[in-house]
Design a protein around this ligand. Structure first.
Ligand SMILES: NC(=O)c1ccc[n+]([C@@H]2O[C@H](COP(=O)([O-])OP(=O)(O)OC[C@H]3O[C@@H](n4cnc5c(N)ncnc54)[C@H](OP(=O)(O)O)[C@@H]3O)[C@@H](O)[C@H]2O)c1
Ligand SMILES: *[C@@H]1O[C@H](CO)[C@@H](O)[C@H](O)[C@H]1NC(C)=O
Ligand SMILES: *[C@@H]1O[C@H](CO)[C@@H](O)[C@H](O)[C@H]1NC(C)=O
Ligand SMILES: *[C@@H]1O[C@H](CO)[C@@H](O)[C@H](O)[C@H]1NC(C)=O
Length: 339
């Protein structure tokens, strides 16, 4: 039998727990409302007939919706992805009536694949108007690719760094070339340093895996900034964006690697409560790629279609230069290919 003292304690514990759960629910609800309320939709009506765009990671999620949107504006689209794109290509052609949609294999986790892709593009295209560096992974089982780079760093950052260098000549041939990098708010949670640019971690724990993603996304912002600086006066602009939380297969693919309870709760919240759909998630990316208002915008980081503050390290010019110089070596750029 419980004594009355025990009963009072039990009552206290139950009340405390219900209170906490209630507060958590209210906070979550407010956050969910805020995230729905914050979604910015591009008002741009720009027509893209006569223009050519490359979208990496175009088979799925944010990249697919971006390709679809640009296609509906009459743009010629080269969809670049590691996955077979037969269905997504046919879908985009059917949904938009734009027959100018092409799929080209690109594996960003291989420097050779990036070079092969770029050399084919250089042969087939005489200019490039929009380059969307969007493909990405959240985590990887392995800690090195065949090129000796960290897979998350290579797919998200190094691969795009090399690709952009190899295509820069074509972008300069456009009247107003635009490059957009899909970064993430998680760039704010990083431990990027010159020493761990190619992240080594013998037994990666939850936080290491989290940091390497943040590092790759911060590197993208910094590369966009440095490129913007180097390309001033060429007519090519470079910006980065974050799409907020978007319900895409990225989370499931990451879950398979993490196998961590915290992450699973985060994934569940993202997919069920806080996440927006891929169409909504693609709006900021499309805006940065086509908006007439952003004709002169370069070296900016956008969230919800508006410029915002970057992670602190991105303002350190020396740090950005050091990371840039080291990246040139990691991806094996020849002296002539450097910018
Ligand atoms: N979803 C979010 O909440 C969120 C938030 C912030 C930033 N982002 C960023 O947004 C971008 C798009 O992600 P998403 O959410 O749309 O994810 P997604 O649906 O998984 O799309 C990513 C695409 O990139 C492809 N890809 C993966 N590895 C590749 C490689 N080695 N070479 C070429 N393509 C490769 C994927 O192909 P497979 O299907 O074969 O993997 C997939 O088609 C990523 O850079 C991501 O980091 C997403
Ligand atoms: C930062 O990155 C390194 C990888 O070079 C990792 O081993 C380390 O644990 C990270 N630091 C923190 C505080 O997590
Ligand atoms: C990669 O992981 C393996 C085993 O998990 C470990 O032996 C190796 O030292 C790691 N390499 C790097 C560069 O982190
Ligand atoms: C872009 O810059 C040009 C030249 O400085 C200026 O004439 C034009 O109004 C600017 N456009 C926008 C949208 O800011």
């Amino acid at each position: 039998m419980l004594s009355s003292r025990h009963l009072i304690m039990l009552q206290f514990v139950v009340q405390f727990l219900t209170g906490t759960v209630l507060i958590l629910c209210v906070v979550l609800l407010l956050l969910a409302f805020y995230l729905r309320f914050a979604i910015a939709i591009t008002r741009s009506n720009s027509c893209l007939v006569g223009k050519t765009a490359i979208v990496t990671g175009a088979n799925s999620g944010i990249g697919y919706q971006t390709a679809l949107n640009l296609a509906s504006r009459g743009c010629k689209i080269i969809m670049a992805d590691v996955t077979d794109m037969e269905k997504s290509t046919l879908d985009i052609i059917e949904f938009t009536n734009n027959p100018n949609i092409f799929a080209k294999h690109l594996d960003l986790s291989s420097l050779k694949s990036v070079r092969d892709f770029a050399s084919e593009i250089l042969k087939s295209e005489d200019k490039l108007d929009i380059l969307i560096n969007n493909a990405g992974i959240g985590a990887s089982e392995k800690n090195r690719t065949a090129d000796g780079l960290h897979p998350v760093m290579q797919v998200n950052y190094f691969g795009h760094f090399l690709l952009t260098h190899l295509l820069i000549g074509l972008l300069k041939k456009s009247v107003a070339g635009r490059i957009v990098f899909t970064s993430s708010l998680l760039a704010f949670t990083n431990n990027l340093s010159l020493k761990n640019l190619n992240f080594d971690s013998e037994k990666p724990n939850y936080f290491d895996r989290h940091f390497v993603y943040g590092n790759s996304k911060l590197s993208m912002i910094m590369a966009a900034d440095t490129l913007a600086e180097k390309l001033k006066g060429t007519g090519v602009t470079v910006n980065s964006i974050h799409p907020m939380l978007v319900k895409t297969p990225l989370f499931t693919k990451t879950h398979v690697v993490y196998k961590n309870m915290f992450y699973d709760v985060f994934m569940w919240l993202t997919q069920r409560v806080l996440g927006r759909d891929s169409w909504e998630g693609s709006q900021g990316l499309v805006h940065a790629a086509v908006s007439r208002q952003l004709k002169n915008a370069t070296g900016k980081f956008f969230g919800e279609c508006a410029p915002m503050r970057k992670p602190l390290k991105a303002y350190n010019k020396q740090f950005c230069k050091d990371i840039w110089d080291a990246s040139e070596i990691y991806v094996g750029l020849t002296p002539e290919e450097r910018l």
